[in-house]
Structures are given as structure tokens and as C-alpha cells.
Design a protein around this ligand. Structure first.
Ligand code: ADP
Ligand code: MG
Length: 322
């Protein structure tokens, strides 16, 4: 039997120098952000049966749990420093722990983000990561910073994670090739850390957030915090490659209100357009202009021809359903 401490030692303590002053093993970890930098902190919890299917592949799950947290740092424009891992496990299974820790560390290493501590207990499978990043004062991409006249931009593509879910749930009859194309967007999302950091460091964007519960709902957080409105072109929303092959109604619904996208939605002054396109190119991620911030409150949708659309979409709400 694997004891709690053997489990931590074998799967989560790594034999390599870290950048934390003190990592796993004491009552607290000690982190030192660079002098003068602010600490950015965020937590995201993933619960089996709620955020992922029972029996989910442990490698992909390890990746995704950290990816959603890195995505929060990206949305703020922060550089990753380290994270803690609170884990409730029904049983200490070696095969599961091996896959999970490998998926987790593959992404952590790609971002130079060190595991510095956590907590481990028996219980229904739940993974809660708290992530720490750093940021120069005044550079954060806050939700309350959008201004009337800003462009609204989206990174990457939207909707393929939602399309994969619809395929698994038989909401949509998906060809196996389409499901195979969409599924990685659901299981192994890519946090847009480099893009977020560039937007913040170079002062290109005003407000930003990462789209986790669907654009239609999530952009509402920027609009409310900034006391502005927006007009968005639903047909300009960049659909994922699998969703792009689906009928227009589904494309519109899943790009506007999908979920699990982990793309950035950000606002920026119009005179930054060329610099933002160049920033996207430098990070290897497409950036698409999809609308504008308005002084008048509320979210309005138009179609590709500019005609007003009454789009019956809203974001995901864990207590209200979808
Ligand atoms: P405490 O008694 O203070 O809760 P623990 O005995 O739970 O401490 O943990 C011992 C050490 O192992 C601590 O440094 C803690 O941060 C670390 N730790 C526990 N669980 C994990 C985990 N899942 N991943 C990384 N570090 C962990
Ligand atoms: Mg503990």
C-alpha cells in the first residue's frame, strides 16, 4: 500500500533544483517574486462527474487541471511562477498517479511553473490547483479596463470543446473524424500564456479574460466591471476546425456560447490593431477582431452582414445549468 507521504514523494516531489526558495516538504512553501513585481494568484477546482467524465484519461486530466489555471494567469497577463495541488483521491492507484503526474509536469515544465506544495486526502476525485504568477505593477489586464471604442478580440478558435462534448452526449451526430478533431480541445486545452504576457507587457490591451464558460456569458463580466456594452459579429467568431464544418446554426451557438474554450477575449484601442496581429504571429496564435465596446450598456449581436440578431445564448452556470 502506498502511504500518503510515499505517494507525495514518489509522484510529486522532483529531484531537480526549483526556483522557489523552499518547495514541497515544509509547512509552507516560500516564493520570491522578482523585486517590485506583483503576485497574481488564482485557483481552479475540477470535480469528477462535474468538470470531467469519470474514468477520464489521467495524463490528459493532469494537463487540463494545470492548463485551466495557467489560462487564468494568461488572462491577467502574468508570468507563471509556481502552483500548489490539493488532491482528493478515492484510492492511491499507481497507474493513475503516474499518468496524472506526467501530464501535469509536462505542461508545468513547458511553462517553467513549479509545483511547490499541496494537500492529499482520500475522497471523491477532485483536483484543486492554486497558481502563482508575477506581473509588473499597473500591467494587469483587468476586467474593469475596457473602454468605449475598443476593439474586441478573440485568440485561437472557439467551440470545438463544446462540439466534442455534444458528440459524447449524443446531442449532435458527429462523424468520428470530426469528433477526433474536436476532442483534444476538450481534453488538452492550450493556455494562451505567451499571448497574454505580450499583451500586458507591451501595453497592447485594456481588458481581458479567459473564456471558460462561453463567450456570451463571460464577456458580460468585462461589460459589467467596465460599465460598458459591446456589439459582436457572430459570424466573425473564429470556429474550431471541426465546428467550422458544421451547419451555421450550430456554429453560431457553439462559438458564441460553448464552454471549455480557454481562449482569451480582450479589448484594445483601434490604433493597436497592427501590433496585436504581430503579437499573435510572434506567439503562433491567431487573433481575430470580432466586434467593439460601446458606451451603451448591454451585449448586442449582429450577423456577417451587420443585421441585428436575437441570439438566444447564454453562458454556463454551475448552479443554473446551460
Ligand atoms: P500539512 O500537515 O501541513 O497539511 P502535509 O503533511 O499534508 O502537510 O504535506 C506535507 C508536505 O507535502 C507539504 O509541504 C505539502 O505542501 C506537500 N504536499 C502534500 N500534498 C501534496 C501534493 N498533492 N502535491 C504537492 N505537494 C504536496
Ligand atoms: Mg495536509
Amino acid at each position: 500500500m502506498l502511504s500518503e507521504f510515499d505517494l507525495i514523494k514518489q509522484y510529486f516531489v522532483r529531484d531537480r533544483p526549483g526556483r522557489a526558495v523552499l518547495g514541497i516538504g515544509d509547512d509552507c512553501a516560500l516564493l520570491a517574486p522578482a523585486p517590485g513585481m506583483q503576485l497574481a494568484v488564482s485557483s481552479d477546482m475540477l470535480v469528477e462527474g462535474r468538470h470531467f467524465f469519470a474514468g477520464a484519461d489521467p495524463f490528459a486530466l493532469g494537463h487540463k487541471c494545470l492548463a485551466v489555471n495557467l489560462s487564468d494567469l494568461a488572462a491577467m497577463g502574468a508570468a507563471p511562477l509556481g502552483f500548489t495541488l490539493a488532491l482528493a483521491l478515492p484510492a492511491a492507484e499507481r497507474a493513475w498517479l503516474d499518468g496524472f503526474s506526467r501530464g501535469l509536469f509536462a505542461l508545468a515544465d513547458a511553462h517553467g511553473c513549479e509545483l511547490v506544495g499541496g494537500d492529499t486526502t482520500r475522497g471523491p476525485l477532485t483536483v484543486c490547483i492554486t497558481i502563482f504568477g508575477e506581473l509588473a505593477p499597473g500591467r494587469a489586464l483587468r476586467r474593469d479596463a475596457a473602454r468605449a471604442g475598443d476593439d474586441v478580440w478573440i485568440s485561437g478558435t472557439l467551440g470545438d470543446a463544446r462540439l466534442a462534448l455534444a458528440g459524447y452526449l449524443d446531442e449532435v451526430a458527429l462523424a468520428p473524424a470530426d469528433l477526433a478533431l474536436a476532442a483534444p480541445r476538450m481534453h488538452v486545452p492550450t493556455p494562451r500564456v505567451a499571448l497574454g504576457r505580450l499583451l500586458a507587457d507591451e501595453g497592447l490591451a485594456h481588458a481581458a479574460l479567459d473564456i471558460s464558460d462561453g463567450l456570451a456569458g463571460d464577456i458580460g463580466h468585462i461589460l459589467a466591471a467596465s460599465r460598458v456594452g459591446a456589439i459582436l459579429d457572430v459570424d466573425a467568431l473564429p470556429a474550431g476546425p471541426a465546428l467550422a464544418r458544421q451547419p451555421q446554426a450550430l456554429r453560431r451557438r457553439f462559438t458564441a456560447a460553448g464552454g471549455d474554450d480557454y481562449e482569451l477575449c480582450f479589448t484594445a484601442p483601434a490604433d493597436r490593431r497592427a501590433a496585436i496581429l504581430a503579437a499573435g504571429e510572434r506567439c503562433g496564435v491567431a487573433v481575430t477582431r470580432v466586434g467593439a465596446i460601446t458606451a451603451a450598456p448591454g451585449l448586442r449581436w449582429v450577423d456577417g452582414a451587420g443585421a441585428a440578431l436575437a441570439l438566444a445564448v447564454r453562458g454556463w452556470d454551475h448552479f443554473g445549468g446551460a
